[in-house]
Design a protein around this ligand. Structure first.
Ligand SMILES: CC(C)(COP(=O)(O)OP(=O)(O)OC[C@H]1O[C@@H](n2cnc3c(N)ncnc32)[C@H](O)[C@@H]1OP(=O)(O)O)[C@@H](O)C(=O)NCCC(=O)NCCS
Length: 178
């Protein structure tokens, strides 16, 4: 299995990976919604505000993870991981954790100070994320599942509370995604 940075000619296969994986786990309409989100990222998000890493095995893309820029009034350099997917038949074999660890290492090398995600604390705690409150890391929109607001510093052992507001890229700026 190889982890690499995605190339624009991978876009159709990546879109299908997210549609398939989320349709399997959460039903067709969620699969289509997440497929549109990742297509929107790949077509419209500024390249400086987007990272996408893919896992490939025998020429097939079996996993993918997106990170997009978050703006904080405090100026901290931050990205949010969302969404990610490993093809159903390949889950539970470490692909997801390898993708995230590769992504976090690359972000850190590029000077990113804070990584954020929004999801299952049991899974994301395996790769260094911990639950944070909105007082520590302000949320760009109102969360329907505050227990899933997770973060990790890429430059120190703890996260200093961040003052002021936060903003996500416009492709994520939709209440139904939060
Ligand atoms: C969440 C997801 C990306 C994880 O990817 P993955 O490649 O299965 O992740 P890993 O194999 O690295 O780790 C999965 C962990 O969950 C646990 N797990 C247990 N049963 C599992 C199962 N049937 N499938 C996946 N993970 C399982 C494992 O214990 C593993 O941890 P461990 O290595 O410490 O034992 C993947 O399950 C997925 O695509 N799910 C559907 C879409 C989704 O929910 N995406 C996340 C929200 S954006």
């Amino acid at each position: 299995m190889k982890i690499s940075i995605y190339k624009p000619n991978n876009a159709d296969e990546i879109e299908q990976l997210f549609i398939k994986t989320f349709s399997d786990s959460e039903g067709r309409s969620e699969g289509e919604a997440i497929g549109s989100l990742v297509r929107d990222f790949m077509d419209n998000t500024d390249a400086n505000d987007l990272y996408c890493f893919i896992a490939t095995e025998h020429e097939q893309i079996i996993g993918g993870v997106f990170f997009t820029k978050m703006i904080f009034e405090s100026g901290i350099n931050a990205f949010i991981l969302s969404p990610m997917a490993t093809l159903t038949d390949h889950q539970g074999k470490g692909v997801g954790q390898k993708l995230i660890n590769f992504g976090l290492k690359t972000l850190k090398e590029d000077g990113v100070e804070l990584a954020i995600t929004y999801g299952d604390p049991n899974f994301y705690s395996k790769v260094g994320f911990g639950v944070v409150t909105e007082k520590v890391v302000p949320t760009p929109l109102t969360l329907s599942y505050p227990e899933g607001w997770l973060s990790q510093s890429l430059i120190s052992n703890e996260i200093e509370p961040i003052a002021g507001k936060s903003y996500c890229v416009k492709e994520l700026n939709k209440p139904e995604l939060w």
